[in-house]
Every structure is written in structure tokens, then in C-alpha cells.
Design a protein around this ligand. Structure first.
Ligand code: ATP
Length: 231
């Protein structure tokens, strides 16, 4: 379980997150919603160690990991798929996958990636930067998958993609979850995010405005106020 306790963080003198409490229980999908600029990306950056919190605690399976580096957190099983994809554009698909795999497990890592996204199998020797946006996003997700993550932080992974590709991505998220992985999902397709989520948090100006199950959210004023137009 990943716990964020009273997280305060920001950039320079600007505070963005003002004491955020959030739980990602083992094997669950948590959707984080909120208007533009609410602090969703900032929260994912804190959870992956990219942005140090100035207050509060990050706890993974009971261990305080607040001061851990991004690399240490990856080793502990927290993987971040950032907004705008995380692939090395000048390397081939295969090289991108191998870079993320454990030594000695390269072959298995490629098999695992292709199992999840068969389309990548046809493109192993293609330079990643020449693939379509959807294919690059699949590769970014596959790179995470080969690391056998415990918690995956997903920042708008379906942004700008065709509906069919979005379906494939959501199928992949279901696969991750079936393998016992927890997901913290920031997603512009609110309806789809709520369909797969066990819990939902609504962030407003760096504070949690709602936390609960998706079914509880529909009638809430906060929902209509901050994200309602989208559903
Ligand atoms: P969106 O849905 O638009 O991606 P968000 O909820 O993810 O928004 P964040 O990207 O976390 O919001 O941004 C929260 C606030 O922090 C915004 O006011 C933004 O301008 C500010 N911010 C984000 N990154 C930086 C940065 N590197 N330096 C300074 N301010 C930043």
C-alpha cells in the first residue's frame, strides 16, 4: 500500500500541494481527478520521488520512503509513466525494453511486453521516435510492465490517442490490476477512469475536495463544480 500523508510540495516559493492525504491500497485502482492546475501531476511527481515534498510523508508498505530517490523508489516497485510518454526516441523498441529489464531477463522482458502489446512485436527493431503516438505510449507502458511494478503512477496516458488505442490501454490497465498491481490514475477521460476505479480523489487547488468510491461521487456538488462538465 502506498500512503501519502499530509503532503506539501511546490516549485520555488509557490506551494501547490497543501497537505494531501491519499491512500493507494494494494491491488486497487485509484483515480485522481481535478481541474487543470489542481496539482495532479505534481502529486504523481512527489509519489515517484521526482519532486521532494517539503512537508508530510510518503509511506510504502509501512516503510517511510519520503527521502528516497526516484531510482530507489523504482527499485521498491513504484513506476511512473509521465505525461508526454517516457521512451528513448533514438533507441529501437527492443533497446528501450532491454534498458528497463533486469540483467539476464532481457528475453523474458521482451516476451512479456509483446504479450501485453502484440503490436510492439512487429516493431522491435523500429526506432521508437518514428512510431505513432499510440505505439509510443504502448512502449512507455510496456517499459513499466517489464519491471514488475507494485504501484504504477499514470499521468494522462490516453491523452490525444484514438479511441481504439485508448481501449487497448485500458485493457492493459486491467491486466496490470489482475496481476496484483496498484494503480494511481490521472486521466482526462473521467467516465472511463471512474469505471475502472475502486476509489476516487478529487483535487482542488492542492487540497483533497472529495475522497470515496466512484458511486458516491456522482451526486456530489464538488464533482459538478470541478469536473462535472466531462461526464
Ligand atoms: P493539468 O490537468 O493541467 O495537467 P495538474 O492538476 O496536473 O494540471 P500540475 O501540473 O500539478 O496540475 O500543476 C499545478 C500548479 O503547479 C500549476 O499552477 C502549475 O502552473 C504549477 N507548476 C507545475 N509545474 C511547475 C514548475 N515546474 N514550475 C513552477 N510551477 C509549476
Amino acid at each position: 500500500m502506498l500512503e501519502l500523508k499530509g503532503i506539501v510540495a511546490g516549485y520555488g516559493g509557490t506551494t501547490v500541494l497543501r497537505g494531501v492525504d491519499l491512500l493507494v491500497p494494494e491491488g486497487s485502482v485509484v483515480a485522481m481527478l481535478g481541474a487543470n492546475g489542481a496539482g495532479k501531476t505534481t502529486l504523481l511527481r512527489v509519489a515517484s520521488g521526482l519532486l521532494p515534498a517539503t512537508g508530510g510523508q510518503l509511506v510504502l508498505d509501512g516503510t517511510d520512503v519520503t527521502r528516497s530517490s526516484p531510482h530507489q523508489l523504482v527499485t521498491r516497485g513504484i513506476c511512473h509513466v509521465p505525461e508526454g510518454r517516457g521512451v528513448f526516441p533514438s533507441l529501437t523498441v527492443q533497446e528501450n525494453l532491454i534498458l528497463q529489464s533486469l540483467r539476464g531477463e532481457e528475453k523474458r522482458a521482451i516476451e512479456r511486453a509483446v504479450e501485453a502489446f502484440p503490436r510492439l512485436g512487429e516493431r522491435l527493431s523500429q526506432v521508437a521516435g518514428t512510431m505513432s503516438g499510440g505505439e509510443q505510449q504502448m512502449l512507455a507502458l510496456a517499459r513499466t510492465y517489464v519491471q514488475h511494478p507494485k504501484v504504477v503512477l499514470l499521468d494522462e496516458v490516453s491523452m490525444g490517442l484514438a479511441p481504439k488505442i485508448v481501449d487497448e490501454i485500458f485493457d492493459f490497465l486491467a491486466r496490470l490490476r489482475n496481476e496484483g498491481c496498484s494503480l494511481l490514475l490521472v486521466e482526462q477521460y473521467v467516465t472511463r477512469a471512474l469505471e475502472v476505479a475502486d476509489y476516487v480523489y478529487l483535487l482542488n487547488r492542492g487540497e483533497v475536495a472529495f475522497a470515496g468510491e466512484p458511486s458516491e461521487l456522482a451526486g456530489e456538488d464538488v464533482f459538478t463544480q470541478y469536473v462535472g462538465a466531462d461526464i
